[in-house]
Design a protein around this ligand. Structure first.
Ligand SMILES: *Cc1c(COP(=O)(O)O)cnc(C)c1O
Length: 456
């Protein structure tokens, strides 16, 4: 445990209080059987830890932009909260850019990184002055055209893939030999192409790599950063001046889903980087980071009511309102994305009692819709609540519309002297009218009035 209380005890206490208060205050109940809760105190703590970790290892005065990977939690109030904590935004689509702008994140604190940017997106980013990392030679061609036709303040760079290898989860490993992201550095001729690209374009001032997300060991991440740094050094040496002035090291710090402890910490990662790549921190380079999961995961909880408790083939099954629509990765790939589940009673108090091996099922109509299979927990009864922990990133904000299940409401919370816990709405629960509208409700007759000429 460090100075920020990283054993997570405070976090667990705040969570328990919030679940109880959500039931007491009517956010959760028979008619609103699922919510997402966000621990505002915890989010602020993680943002402060991130800033402190890099402040500790960088030379005084080094410009550092921490850009939150918006895809992890694409909610405007979250982006606004992070902005207040000194964190910008890494965006990868027109939608994410719109969210960052709605949150008031300035262009100078925004980085655009997607692998499939259209000419219109690139034009807008350059007009706004947002930093852009070109993913590939074809994209760099497009940027060439834009740079020739208009002045832009955008810091521009190239994304490279150091191809240092993957981790334990294929879908989140971005530095494999055949990853779709960036210029694959070890491919024949690629490194020389990158060096040439900078030699020919004095306005290219950044170099970017994001070597992967959950499942990548710290040592491999550090190796990816080290290779990126070595390339920047080589380019600047060959050009004979420090043309690359900023290195974007991406995000990807893994999250511990097994307990409340934060592990690894930002401080550990920053120190590991300084050890592996001391030159990166001596003040010659500005830094950009793009953490997503590690900033938000541990501060979100999905709480769902147990609609029915039943038994099948000798197995207890709690049928809840949280399943594939909010925990898509866990339901489809449970081996890679297990979630802790805690049991609360009908008043939102932690349940005790002997543990029983049971399934915690979701509401969707397919057999595999299980939040947890064969999990030992105090037996969940009808009217109890099951909470899926560490779901603040890539879970309840990433709705999957299976069975037309509504997007749950999301509420932020802080401890409060008067009421115990104070809530604020982050996202309203989706209404039935909205489900119909998003499912073509305005075009109900579209297909019956579409006739093949001559068929009637
Ligand atoms: C997804 C992504 C991130 C964030 O990854 P986390 O594992 O959530 O920290 C950062 N940069 C890029 C380019 C990404 O695609």
């Amino acid at each position: 445990m460090d100075e920020y209380g990283n054993s997570g005890e405070g976090r667990a206490t705040r969570r328990d209080e919030a679940v109880r208060a959500a039931v007491e205050q009517g956010l959760l109940g028979p008619d609103s059987p699922i919510v997402g809760l966000l621990d505002v105190t915890g989010i602020r703590e993680s943002a402060a830890e991130l800033r402190a970790a890099f402040a500790e290892v960088t030379a005084p005065g080094t410009p550092v932009l921490h850009a939150f990977a918006v895809k992890a939690t694409p909610l405007v109030p979250v982006l606004r909260l992070l902005r207040e904590e000194g964190i910008g935004a890494e965006v990868a689509s027109p939608g994410e850019l719109a969210l960052a702008r709605a949150a008031g994140v300035s262009p100078a604190e925004t980085v655009l990184d997607s692998p499939a940017k259209t000419p219109a997106e690139l034009r807008e980013a350059l007009a706004l002055g947002i930093a852009v990392n070109a993913d590939n030679p074809q994209e760099l061609d497009r940027i060439d055209g834009l740079v020739r036709s208009a002045v832009s303040r955008s810091p521009l760079g190239i994304r490279v893939n150091p191809q240092v290898g993957g981790g334990s989860i294929g879908a989140t490993s971005t530095a494999t030999a055949t990853s779709k992201f960036g210029v694959a550095l070890r491919d024949e001729g690629a490194r020389e192409w990158v060096v040439r690209a900078y030699l020919d374009r004095p306005w290219l001032s950044r170099l970017h790599a994001h070597t992967g997300s959950q499942g990548i060991p710290l040592s491999l991440m550090a190796q990816g950063v080290a290779e990126t740094y070595a390339l920047a050094e080589e380019i600047n040496r060959r050009i004979g001046r420090p043309q690359i002035d900023t290195i974007d090291i991406g995000g990807g710090l893994p999250v511990n889903f097994a307990s409340d402890a934060t592990a690894p910490t930002y401080a550990e990662y920053a120190r590991a980087l300084r050890e592996a790549v001391p030159g990166l921190f001596d003040g010659r380079y500005g830094l950009v980071t793009e953490f997503g999961r590690s900033l938000l995961a541990k501060h979100g909880t999905i709480v769902a009511r147990v609609e029915y408790a039943k038994s099948a083939g000798g197995r207890a099954v709690a049928v809840t309102h949280a399943g594939v629509q909010v925990a898509t990765r866990t339901v489809y790939v449970p081996g890679s994305w297990p979630l802790r589940i805690t049991a609360y009673d009908g008043k939102g108090r932690p349940k005790s009692g002997p543990e029983v091996v049971q399934d915690v099922a979701g509401p969707a109509c397919f057999a595999g819709d299980l939040l947890a299979e064969g999990r030992a927990l105090p037996l969940l009864d009808q009217g109890d609540y099951a909470a899926a922990l560490d779901t603040g990133a890539y879970y309840f904000a990433h709705h999957y519309a299976y069975n037309s299940l509504a997007r749950p409401g999301v509420y932020g919370f802080v401890p409060d002297r008067a009421t115990g816990v104070r809530f604020a709405t982050v996202r309203d629960p989706q209404t039935l009218a909205s489900i119909v509208a998003e499912s073509g409700g305005a075009h109900a007759g579209a297909l019956t009035t579409l006739h093949t000429p001559g068929s009637r």
